[in-house]
Ligand binder design. Structure first.
Ligand code: AMP
Ligand code: ZN
Length: 464
């Protein structure tokens, strides 16, 4: 597989550190509110990355943190008159609900910053011991000038960085590019004990501490939105490599931004949507299909039309799946003929091309395109006279490949018992050439919301 590595700015062949195993760390949400539709993009695309690597036979450890202590958390908890812990508990629960609806599997581990204070404090102490951090008035800062490689991810020069940044009045750091690892106690903020007095961790240190805890010193893939590249991920490198002396990340993956109607999503523009709100209006799987309709690094535009398009695409896949199930039920038990053998060979080439697209830096748009080719071939090649093996081969390919994308997750509706009984009676009436009874039963079925189509392979029911 080729992965575009943001650090080297080119596609590289993916080779995990430990053969057969992949460790992924993805920066997760700050749990001060419902997550928004922009956040949903990394959650969905990196869920697909994980599914794809598993499908290719890797054992994947996927870690995604919850940032449950920072300025936004404190501010919101104060507004609501609840503790930061209660706020975190609440929106972690809401995260699971919305992510689950979008087909995003829970990570192997979802560590919370506030539950890893001892690891965070230990890491900060290590940096102080190595001369890479200093304490000042109860706060601890990273000494960026002590880490010569600072800026290597974002491709920036230390001098430019220092000149471009400014020091906030309440900060006691030596240089503008330095950043807080530990923040001294302030009134009204939750605090933890530390060797430097009471305080709370800075944001960047949690990801270094928690990735180290669950994935070791070097991780295979670190993922997040491209807004995190600087300073968050640059700082993570400085912290982790500064402390361990080992390479921190082998492949950096950053997703492009989601815009709304071609504008940056922002509260002030009034185009800010939480996933919870979006799902009141749109089907969750349509949203997922839309998110995968572009390669993850390109910008993606959310609009009513783009969701409608995703809906139409998904419907085509579902219709094909239902049709294959219908054909399979009627399929004659005979050996495949030459035409069907040719078809099965083409199914294998669709599988190969799907993998090729995904191997090309997770090109989900290309992979979905291949699924449509498969479906088109099924629709034009297979009939009710096709051999079972041909239909089953296509069905298996469609199911397995859409599973990799987390699509077609809705189970085919079983017919309600009453509908099935009427359908059976109608089939019997037709066998006995009792057309009047057959018509009456068709009407009854229609009243229950089902329309009947008579095909050479028998009757086919679908919802009106
Ligand atoms: P946050 O809770 O803001 O730290 O964001 C969680 C994840 O969502 C991070 O990986 C961000 O980079 C990503 N993210 C935030 N806004 C957007 C957006 N509009 N489009 C795509 N990704 C985003
Ligand atoms: Zn992070």
């Amino acid at each position: 597989m080729q992965i575009y590595n943001s650090q080297t700015r080119k596609k590289e062949t993916f080779v995990p550190l430990k053969p057969g195993h992949v460790g992924i760390y993805a920066c997760g949400p700050t749990v001060y509110d419902y997550f928004h539709i922009g956040n949903a993009r990394p959650f969905i695309v990196f869920d697909v990355l994980r599914r794809y690597l598993e499908y290719r036979g890797y054992q994947v450890t996927f870690v995604q943190n919850f940032t449950d202590i920072d300025d936004k958390m404190i501010h919101r908890a104060n507004e609501e008159g609840i503790s930061v812990k209660e706020l975190g508990d609440r929106f972690i629960k809401e995260y699971y609900q919305d992510a689950g609806a979008l087909g995003v599997r829970p990570a192997t581990v979802h560590p919370r910053a506030t539950e890893h204070m001892s690891q965070i404090i230990k890491l900060i102490q290590q940096l102080i011991d190595r001369g890479l951090a200093y304490e000042n008035k109860g706060s601890v800062y990273y000494h960026t000038a002590g880490f010569p490689e600072y800026g290597k991810l974002s491709g920036q020069d230390m001098e430019d960085l220092d000149a471009g940044a400014r020091i906030d009045v309440d900060e006691e750091k030596r240089s503008a590019a330095d950043f807080a690892l530990w923040k001294a106690e302030k009134p009204g903020e939750p605090v933890w004990d530390s060797p430097w007095g009471k305080g709370r961790p800075g944001w960047h240190i949690e990801c270094s501490a928690m990735s180290m805890t669950y994935l070791g010193d070097t991780i295979d893939i670190h993922a997040g939105g491209k807004d995190l590249l600087f300073p968050h991920h640059e700082n993570e490198i400085a912290q982790s490599e500064g402390a361990t002396g080992q390479p921190f990340v082998r492949y950096w993956m950053h997703n492009g931004f989601l815009n709304i109607d071609n504008e940056k999503m922002s509260k002030s523009l009034g185009n800010f949507f939480t996933v919870r709100d979006i799902l009141k209006e749109y089907d969750a799987e349509d949203v997922r299909m839309f998110m995968l309709s572009a390669q993850y690094r390109s910008p993606l535009n959310f609009s009513r039309e783009s969701i409608a398009q995703a809906h139409a695409s998904l419907t085509r896949l579902y219709t094909a799946r239902d049709h294959l199930a219908f054909l399979l039920e009627k399929a004659p038990d005979r050996v495949s003929d030459a035409q069907e053998e040719g078809f099965l060979q083409r199914v294998q080439t669709y599988r190969d091309r799907f993998d090729e697209a995904m191997d090309d830096d997770l090109n989900t748009a290309g992979a979905i395109g291949v699924l449509f080719e498969l479906v088109y071939d099924c629709n034009t090649t297979l009939t009710e006279h096709s051999a079972r093996a041909a239909i089953a081969g296509a069905q298996q390919a469609l199911n397995e490949l859409s599973d990799v994308l987390g699509l077609l997750m809705k189970q085919a509706d079983a017919l309600p018992h009453e509908v099935q009984t009427l359908a059976d009676q109608r089939a019997q009436a037709r066998q006995q050439k009792d057309w009047a009874a057959s018509d009456a039963l068709r009407k009854q079925l229609h009243e229950l919301g089902y329309q009947v189509e008579d095909t050479p392979a028998g009757q086919k029911l679908s919802k009106v």
